[in-house]
Design a protein around this ligand. Sequence first.
Ligand code: NAD
Length: 490
Amino acid sequence: MRDFDPDAIAFATGHFIAGSNIDGPGERISVTRPSDARTYADLPVASAELIDRAVEDATHTVKRSGWATQPPRDRARAMRRWAELIEAKSEELGRLEALGSTRPIAQAVTGDVASTAEGIRFFAEWADKLGGDVAATRADHFGMIVSEPYGVVGAITPWNFPLSMASWKVGPALAAGNAIVLKPSELTPFSTVRLAELAVEAGIPPGIFNVVQGTGAVTGDALSRHPGIAKLSFTGSTRTGIAVMKAAAETGIKPVTLELGGKSPQLVFADADLDKAADCIASSLLANAGQACVAGSRLIVQRQATDTLVSALLARLSRIAPGPTWKSSTGFAPIISEIQARRIDAILARSRAQGAEVLLGGGRIEGHGGAFYQPTLLAGVDTDTAAVREEIFGPVLTIQSFDTEEEGFALADHPEYGLAAGVYTSDLGRGLRAVRQIKAGTVWINRYNRTLDFILPTGGYKSSGIGKDLGRQAVEANLRHKTVLIDIGA
Ligand code: NAD
């Protein structure tokens, strides 16, 4: 991967509705690059009227284009062509992703873009494998459960992995035969539009994948409460998820999928391969500088292994390569914004006041235009410490020790969140007991983080969410089921 000049990248700055780039009208906001804090573009904010137009266009497109009614293999073929086009444009898409987000170019091309293409391909393969059931009924009846797309679905995505988060929403929606109106984060809005343009270039009818730009308060809210959106899928913070659910409910009834925040434990037993555990924990914390929903941000380690593991982590977390996202040598991401960096400062300050002891880091990395945060290890914490309770979304790991298995399981359980958990042990029985005990949507044993196995759904327990992205479950969530009962005579 080569370095690139961030000022030499061209991109569309507007909405993408019915296959056309629409810039404006109305309010605009400026968009800043996290790497150097420079404003590099401005963005129109879609009003409720523009959302009306996008939803209306999408509704007509679903009826006119035959997207839902064509032979499903044709739908799959168009989506596969789209995936190929994404791969063919991986350098261009990767630069656009790296330009305005926290994703370093070296990871954006081979990681984010590659997995976006592969995710679209995964969902394309479902298009002609969907169907319903024949139900057991009395002999003079014939009962069927048929699945149907919703029509127009809505999606709202966060800033941390803009392309792959969009693909998780659009892939299953389109494979199931829906059109989608998607609002990306106003902090990282542009790569999603290019993704939608490529869909049209690949032969997906214009108006099937629409992108509306804007803030959460105006555009996200209008999309959530639009009665023409038959189903809504949201990824973002728990606080916003609550607002989205409320807004959706105020204008009718629709299913809402919520992929929300996390505070995931890394539960390490003394019988584990501690070197391997340290590798997994460090790479989870360093990935996107901790700005990942599944970041394993709470180390819970058996007392006799604590010193060894903490030394191994100190060594690994000290080897970072911060820099602008457009340099190929950059391995460690900036924090998305100064506001977010100040949030991290504030949680650390409160945690210190509560007695937390900083073993590593604890502050900013200076010398870059943007906000960069040192990998930080905090000891002397308990379940009431702010850094243990609150999702930080930065490279901060808290350390708690335990003696017995029961204590370990109890500490791993977070009162609010249940997105993911890592368990490290050489005792398979203990690993499986952990799976039963930990209330989280995903439990990884002797490894951490998602793979390209898109068949594995992802989603949270408790305040980490409702429903699943990825897997068969994500496709099914984009379909509704109709019961048919036919009198076929005696
Ligand atoms: P956020 O909640 O601030 O914003 C997410 C999206 O919601 C953005 O597009 C934003 O514009 C929009 N939004 C904001 N207010 C809104 C409102 N009132 N109505 C409708 N939409 C609104 O989250 P973020 O800071 O962009 O992302 C970080 C959060 O996302 C973290 O909490 C992280 O854990 C979570 N996340 C979860 C997953 C998952 O799979 N569970 C994946 C990635 C990120």
